[in-house]
Design a protein around this ligand. Sequence first.
Ligand code: DLZ
Length: 517
Amino acid sequence: KPILVPILGDQLTRTLASLRGRAKDDTVILLMEVWDEATYVKHHKQKIALIFSAMRHFAAELAAAGWNVDYVRLTDADNSGSFTGEVARAVERHDPRAIHVVGAGEWRVLQALEEWPDKFACDVEIFPDDRFLCSHDEFRDWADGRDHLTMEYFYREMRKKTGLLMDDGKPTGGEWNYDKRNRESPDGDLAPPPRPLFEPDEITRDCIKLVEEKFPDHFGSLEKFAWPVTRAEAEQAADAFFAERIEQFGPYQDAMVHGQDDLYHSMLSTSINLGLLDPLELCQRAEQAYRDSKAPLNSVEGFIRQIIGWREYVRGFYWYFMPDLERRNALNAQRSLPEFYWTGETDMRCMADCVRSTRDNAHAHHIQRLMVLGNFALLAGIDPRQVQDWYLAVYADAYEWVEMPNVVGMILYADGGILATKPYAASGNYINKMSDYCKGCRYSVSKKTGDGACPFNPLYWHFIHRHRDKLESNHRIGRIYANWDRMGEAKQREYLASAEKFLDSLTPASKGWARYS
Ligand code: DLZ
């Protein structure tokens, strides 16, 4: 009897814990395209095509390397539609002596996996996902007893643990974090070299066709599909980033330019989160670029911080706070998500461009996600559950472990300030400083209230005003109340009335965009 090794769609790694050391003639690998996973939110069309194509390529590579692979397609006649149902059918087919599986990235799926020992007659072993550097226990040890889980301190532990950018036990260059050098405005013409685009091959074209047929009402366009779908392609994408874009990645990390979707970003998150690229290896390559004087320290440190800092941190945070995290709503935000998050139909030029990039690419870069789309949701008081669904559905790199802490903690402050030390709230000024969006916008960023004023301006003060009880004592944002009070009542009333008029004009998203009802 063989060992059955189910591999989930974001576990496409040859060195996965459940495969390590296994004999090929004693193993059946199972990959499953299932309806439940493709539809638990209505994922962007490119996201489904990417995952299915990467799964099919991975299965073909494993088979070519001599593994026994059982691949279940979405359209197979008896496909039960769920992981558990498909494992049950595979148990019938292969009569395994045990099932070896790596713990799922999402809480919901891990719950299902944990029921397998009761459901199946064979042994079930769930392996920790050691593609992450920080185990659940390690994160718990770090987090227990702290009031604030400040990422920066976690990150320093990870630097020490990995030895990345460390010289004789001290951070390279003398500081842990060079973020202050990473806030250049996009003045003048930025001309980033284009990232490599991967023309869909026959396997990807089949997946695109399948998605068009089976998920026609999901958000997003498939036209510009150009994601890496194999490890080799993902490596090529990484090579191009390290050769051509990492140098400017740091300084322009927070910049936004209308119509320029990638700028200097690595665009590697879809590949990392699928398991095609090894996060530690990427960080080592980034460090090497610095040691070889091919990239400045601020770019390299920023890149490494995103991976061993933020990425590991949010994953630890997710497992530490689940299942509670999804219900957090510390600011009692109740408004429905506006329809323009799906259609892009708004006169706010920044929001429209970010939604367009999201629709065309299943991607927007982090400052678009945080300071435009996220900032709006925060200021307007959008219901965290609806914001979670949106981010999870629309981004090709989004799995719940990364999406939820970012939305609940970072974007919406819905955890009450455990992840972020203050809400990331900003008026139109910030967007104007960091982008070219405001030029050519119907709204005027310099106009504070009334018709034609940038909606971010009154919304900002409306937000500050309505959360005074929670935010005034916050040492990072509390001082803003002195400015608010100095304005005087008439001006304050103008701000509040402008914000309310705008909020009343929003059309809530029609049902059915994010979830099947
Ligand atoms: C996101 C996703 C989608 C769209 N489809 C599948 C699928 O058909 N089969 C699969 O194995 N995985 C899929 N995934 C990713 C899973 O949802 C992913 O494994 C979990 O989110 C991690 O717990």
